[in-house]
Design a binder for this molecule. Structure first.
Ligand code: MG
Ligand code: MG
Length: 278
């Protein structure tokens, strides 16, 4: 790997072999999320989901990246309804019919990271909550579709914002939180904003890997942290959704390392040419 140092920023550029290891970490992360998706139902606790994710990750010879991160006690972040991100899993917190839950998860395989989040409805959910979840997922894919070699970092930010703003309802885009570089650490430079003008920031070059993660609300963009020191909630109590994938920029276009098919199908729908890979 190479490291670019520019002012205070350090951007890690990976070799194709290193990206291949990130793909392994990404698939392990994806399978942990798939196992939790199967298990989500009214009555299950976020602590039980956490155990499912940890067992899945460890069974593949990988390590949960969140566990112990700055003292975090979970393998996953489980954030329900007005909780945006960083909810702490607990054996006391039961899911209820009508909840929406963001499950965020990361794995380390041979030193390389994957980071991905999904938002799911628990049983039947209200139509406006379903739309919020779908709008946020669409914004994620719009951002990933902009992760093409030759572009600039904020092309991704502008694509996320443009996608959210393309809907008649005015959704909030959460301030102060966003995506990040990823590689041998979960959080690296650069920060990836979920809003802003295109055409600025570092050039998107092959070997750069980013976590793109829009956080969208049915209300405003302000958040606060709960006294537990982790859980981020919307200030106005509105429901929030959060989706995330890790994407590697390659000569052949974006490679979504945490998507089962590498992002091939969704990116093709958006008109982005990508090579179909394992
Ligand atoms: Mg994450
Ligand atoms: Mg992340």
């Amino acid at each position: 790997m190479r490291v670019w140092r520019r002012r205070d920023r350090m951007i890690q550029i990976k070799t194709p072999d290193e990206i291949a290891l990130m793909r392994e970490a990404g698939l392990i992360t994806q399978r942990a999320l798939a196992a939790m998706r199967e298990a989500v139902r009214p009555g299950i606790t976020t602590g039980e989901l956490d155990r499912i994710a940890e067992d899945s990750i460890r069974s593949e010879g990988a390590v949960p990246s969140f566990l112990g991160y700055r003292g975090f006690t979970g393998t996953i972040c489980a954030s329900i309804n007005d909780e945006v991100v960083h909810g702490i899993p607990s054996r006391k917190r039961k899911l209820r019919e009508g909840d929406i839950i963001s499950l965020d998860c990361g794995a380390i395989f041979q030193g390389w990271h994957g980071d991905s989040a999904i938002t799911l409805g628990v049983g039947a959910i209200r139509p406006e909550h379903r739309r919020l979840v779908d709008v946020t997922e669409q914004a994620l894919w719009a951002g990933l579709a902009a992760a093409v070699p030759g572009g600039r970092l904020t092309d991704i930010s502008a694509a996320v914002e443009g996608s959210v703003r393309s809907h008649p309802h005015h959704y909030g885009i959460v301030d102060h939180y966003g995506g990040h570089g990823i590689g041998t650490e979960m959080h690296q430079d650069p920060h990836v904003l979920n809003h802003g003008r295109a055409g600025r920031g570092p050039r998107l070059v092959p070997g750069l890997a980013l976590a793109v993660e829009p956080m969208v609300t049915l209300g405003g963009s302000d958040t606060r942290e709960l006294p537990d020191g982790w859980t981020v909630v919307t200030t106005d109590g509105s429901y929030a959704a959060h989706w995330e994938h890790t994407v590697a920029i390659t000569e052949d276009g974006p490679w979504v390392t945490t998507a089962e098919d590498g992002g091939f199908a969704r990116l093709a729908e958006l008109g982005v040419k990508v090579a179909q890979r394992a």
